[in-house]
Design a protein around this ligand. Structure first.
Ligand SMILES: Cc1cc2nc3c(=O)[nH]c(=O)nc-3n(C[C@H](O)[C@H](O)[C@H](O)COP(=O)(O)OP(=O)(O)OC[C@H]3O[C@@H](n4cnc5c(N)ncnc54)[C@H](O)[C@@H]3O)c2cc1C
Length: 379
């Protein structure tokens, strides 16, 4: 008899025990205590998954958008905080793969280095493409001064992919690698968020942080192209994967709750009620619709399709709003039981809300997509 089973990609096979043994068992406590998922990041590193998108020449797995998105989505089905920390690591790793020093790339591939993006600033808020922080050259070093408003893995990452205004050149920004142990780099108050509570998404400040001139990633003034060309595609598809994973988890838990919960006096389950079933169906359809767009976006990226940029913009907006709606329905379907933690969907409900306000936010994406549709310039 021929074997018709479809083999899991090696990276998904490597992920399964990490999910079962480390990520899933810790998820509720990470949320409750707001604790950083260090054990999960260590386990992902040991499984070769922090180096998923690192090139084979530095010891990585040489994967791209599709694999990173699949891994983030699968992790999000169990723990939103871990998924977001991993997602921001991949976003930073993509920049370091393109422009970073070999030693750091080797450490990422070896699972021994966590990175993230430090783009958002107090001054320009969600308009990350317009940093107001400064980079001033002095001999072989550059002095960075900044007020970063949000950095996932703040105080936990080994290095920050960091934006500033250019040193000398024209252009909106320049990107740097700032090591975690740089003097005068400070992490703000501990993160106490509504959701994604284990993300350590604190503000950070730099007051005269000195980095070598070689810490520049790309060219002076070339940050905008790095943000749009390298970061944005990864960020958008992985963020969509995060939202879909969260919506998937909420749909599965709400459906299981509806099927298992009984009105004893009627000898019926909640799922015997057609209104509840229709709500579960709406959750399933919305989630699957977002996933279909995500898969199409990945194909558009991989094949260089003419509509790839539009899809990349659309997919995060659709997925994040879908996750908000689906997790809201999960709360409704699961009733008062969901208001406590026993069904598990209230964590998904809180976690799902972040993606919509992560830049580019849904409202900004609507503006961009509307501009494209109306033939107006993006900026
Ligand atoms: C959990 C979490 C983790 C994060 N991690 C990181 C990270 O690792 N690195 C990083 O750099 N940043 C990170 N961020 C920051 C994020 O990317 C955004 O910059 C931040 O959430 C924006 O919040 P704000 O209060 O500054 O929004 P504001 O800029 O004040 O926006 C407020 C509202 O105005 C809307 N708005 C703004 N501009 C427009 C526009 N042009 N058109 C229409 N509406 C608009 C926004 O959509 C939003 O609804 C994180 C955020 C969260 C929530």
């Amino acid at each position: 008899m021929s074997d018709v089973s479809v083999a899991l990609p090696a990276y998904m096979a490597a992920l399964t025990p990490v999910l079962n043994d480390v990520v899933a068992p810790a998820a509720a406590e990470i949320d409750r205590g707001g604790t950083y998922p260090r054990a999960a990041m260590d386990a992902l590193g040991r499984a070769g998954l922090l180096g998923l998108i690192s090139a084979p020449e530095v010891g990585g797995q040489g994967e791209g958008h599709r694999a990173a998105t699949a891994v983030v989505q699968a992790v999000a089905e169990h723990c939103g905080s871990t998924a977001m920390v991993l997602m921001m690591h991949y976003a930073g790793a993509a920049v370091l793969e393109a422009f970073g020093p070999t030693g750091v790339r080797e450490r990422i591939a070896a699972g021994d280095y966590v990175t993230t993006l430090a783009f958002s600033e107090v001054g320009s808020r969600s308009m990350f493409w317009a940093p107001m922080s400064t980079a001033v050259a002095g001999g072989d070093t550059v002095r960075l001064d900044a007020q970063k408003s949000w950095v996932t893995s703040a105080g936990q990452a080994d290095g920050y992919v960091w934006s500033s205004m250019p040193v000398d050149a024209e252009g909106a920004s320049t990107i740097w690698l700032v090591p975690a142990d740089a003097a005068n780099l400070k992490v703000g108050a501990p993160f106490d968020g509504l959701g994604l509570r284990g993300n350590s998404s604190s503000p950070m400040s730099a007051s005269g942080v000195e980095v070598p001139a070689s810490a520049m990633l790309g060219t002076d003034g070339g940050g905008f192209d790095v943000m749009l060309g390298v970061v944005l595609p990864y960020f958008q598809v992985m963020n969509a994967g995060f939202s879909i994973g969260t919506a998937n988890a909420a749909t599965a838990k709400a459906a299981a709750h509806a099927a298992a919960t009984r009105f004893e006096h009627l000898d019926q389950s909640v799922a015997d009620n057609p209104v509840a079933r229709a709500n579960v169906a709406r959750m399933r359809i919305r989630t699957d619709g977002a996933e279909a767009l995500l898969l199409d976006t990945l194909t558009a990226l991989e094949t260089g399709r003419a509509d790839a940029t539009l899809r990349v913009l659309e997919v995060k907006a659709l997925a994040s709003e879908t996750a908000i709606d689906v997790t809201d329905l999960a709360m409704r379907v699961s009733g008062g039981a969901a208001f406590r933690k026993e069904v598990g969907v209230e964590r998904n409900f809180r976690d799902a809300r972040a993606a919509s306000v992560m830049a580019p936010t849904t409202d900004t994406l609507y503006d961009f997509i509307g501009r494209i549709a109306c033939g107006l310039p993006l900026f």
